[in-house]
Write a protein that binds this ligand. Structure first.
Ligand code: DAT
Length: 175
């Protein structure tokens, strides 16, 4: 049975860090009057952590606590969710999933500009080269839900916004 969501569709924006998820997600939510959820920020705000990663020197997200925290809001619908992973979210949450993709050199420059260096920079660029997040999305969700979007230039960002906005209008008309 299809999920009924009074607040509108739930959209997941995923991809390697630096591909443009938060820029796209926040802008999309504003344009379409949806609720923007940056999962990393939510975890930080609510301290939804489970241990500490010595290698990366950062707290480890508690996937269980994050899911519990988001559940009600996701059931209501009308959310744009932004996270660099997707395998721990319940499949029933999302009506569509967009995986942002960025060319290696463009991504390298963006992450370097963000202050990443050494192993962290290399691991994130490798994550994009190996299409890790795309594979994760394809493994976890019905193939027809998962869409790749290029995110190298402001024109592509604008084009992606237009496409998703059109999809939202269609979804609303059909529900
Ligand atoms: P993420 O949330 O995936 O980590 P971001 O939205 O913070 O990524 O974007 C990282 C940087 O790259 C930021 O300075 C904005 C820029 N950027 C993102 N998408 C872009 C695009 N399609 N064209 C040009 N710049 C982009």
């Amino acid at each position: 049975m299809e999920n009924v969501r009074p607040g509108g569709p739930n959209i997941l924006i995923t991809g390697t860090p630096g591909t443009g998820k938060s820029t796209l997600g926040a802008e999309l939510a504003q344009r379409c009057s949806l609720h923007y959820i940056n999962v990393g920020e939510l975890a930080k705000q609510e301290q939804l952590y489970d241990g500490f990663d010595q290698e990366y020197q950062c707290p480890v997200l508690s996937e269980e606590q994050v899911v519990d925290e988001m559940e009600n809001q996701m059931t209501d619908g009308g959310n744009v969710v932004d996270y660099h992973g997707c395998d721990f979210f319940p499949e029933r949450w999302f009506d569509i999933i967009f995986v942002l993709r960025t060319d290696n050199t463009v991504l390298y420059n963006r992450l370097e500009h963000r202050g990443y260096s050494g192993k962290k920079l290399e691991d994130n660029v490798q994550c994009e080269i190996f299409q890790t997040i795309l594979e994760e999305a394809r493994n976890g969700y019905k193939p027809e839900l998962v869409h790749e979007l290029p995110s190298n230039t402001p024109e592509e960002m604008e084009d992606n916004l237009d496409k998703i906005e059109a999809w939202i209008q269609q979804w609303k008309a059909a529900h």
